[in-house]
Design a protein around this ligand. Structure first.
Ligand SMILES: [Fe+2]
Length: 299
């Protein structure tokens, strides 16, 4: 079975590109890479040409697509056969689309909730251009072969969603079982494809938009702390306060992006247990502060 190896890039549809330019550089420290087109720009976090493309749109603030990398050309062919054998529809991207994404080739498909996914190989790596953060950083971002971070996406049917991403080569399980006030349990599922504890999560029900949050990780605690200061000083909503997750053991907080969904900035060293386990809550913190962001459960 061929497997994807990282969540390599994301496309975001945003209505306020100017706000995103300011937020991405000042609050997070990402580097802007101009696309040469008026309706989009890229965000860079390591030596790859970019990790995020911000598309300015009139009326949409949500995830546009996510790109999963396979190791090379042979794995790319094998993935197409794997999908065909499983009866999953996909379209082969045009050479123009591959150039637009700065990869050698891609295919396009949708997950069971209709979220656009792409699978590609050979991203453009600008080894001749050092990463230059959008604001001074003590360190850098944890990316490279761990991919850009993780996303929590909408899932209309968790079993179908799990089976789709399992077909792409991700593995995972329910890692929290959180009692809800109505007597039910929230059981979010977390899936990984490399040493990052998870690249995608789902299972928070009631979501309307495709993306609840994007997680980006710093190498240095002081950069994480300064981002927290900047976000607090700018009066940006914090949906979940500083805290430490039980599963990936990262120190994180969740704040609003200019698009209304959340950015989970984080720092720390994660621990991945050898065998499956689950948790009823986090280690500390992560108290809900601002409501209305889909995080109004106490983990
Ligand atoms: Fe997260």
């Amino acid at each position: 079975m061929v497997k994807v190896i990282e969540l390599g890039y994301l496309g975001l549809n945003v209505t306020d590109a100017a706000a995103w330019r300011k937020y991405a550089t000042e609050c997070i420290g990402l580097q802007i890479v101009e696309s040469g087109q008026d309706d989009r720009f890229h965000l860079r976090m390591d030596l790859q040409h970019h990790r995020i493309t911000v598309h300015e749109t009139a009326d949409c603030d949500d995830l546009a697509y996510m790109g999963w990398r396979v190791a090379g050309q042979e794995e790319f062919k094998a993935m197409q056969k794997q999908l065909t054998d499983a009866g999953v529809d996909f379209q082969v991207g045009t050479p123009e689309e591959a150039r637009e994404r700065h990869v050698l080739a891609l295919i396009k498909l949708k997950d069971p909730s209709g979220t656009a996914n792409e699978i590609y190989y050979s991203p453009q790596v600008d080894v001749m251009k050092p990463f230059h953060p959008g604001r001074p950083l003590f360190g850098n971002f944890i990316a490279g072969d761990q991919g850009l971070g993780h996303v929590l996406v909408r899932s209309d049917n968790d079993e179908e969603t799990y089976n789709f991403y399992k077909l792409l080569g991700l593995v995972g399980s329910v890692e929290y079982r959180i009692p809800m006030p109505d007597g039910n349990f929230a059981e979010p599922c977390f899936m990984h494809c490399n040493s990052r504890q998870h690249s995608i999560a789902f299972g928070f029900h009631g979501m309307v938009e495709r993306l609840n949050h994007l997680h980006i990780q710093y190498s240095h605690l002081d950069d994480f702390g300064q981002s927290h200061d900047i976000i607090r000083n700018q009066g940006i909503d914090v949906a979940m306060q500083l805290g430490k997750h039980a599963n990936d053991q990262l120190y994180t907080f969740y704040s609003a992006t200019p698009s209304g969904w959340l950015m989970e900035l984080g720092w720390g060293d994660y621990v991945k247990p050898e065998t499956q386990e689950h948790y009823a809550g986090d280690i500390f913190g992560h108290g809900v502060e601002a409501s209305g962001y889909g995080m109004d459960i106490d983990i």
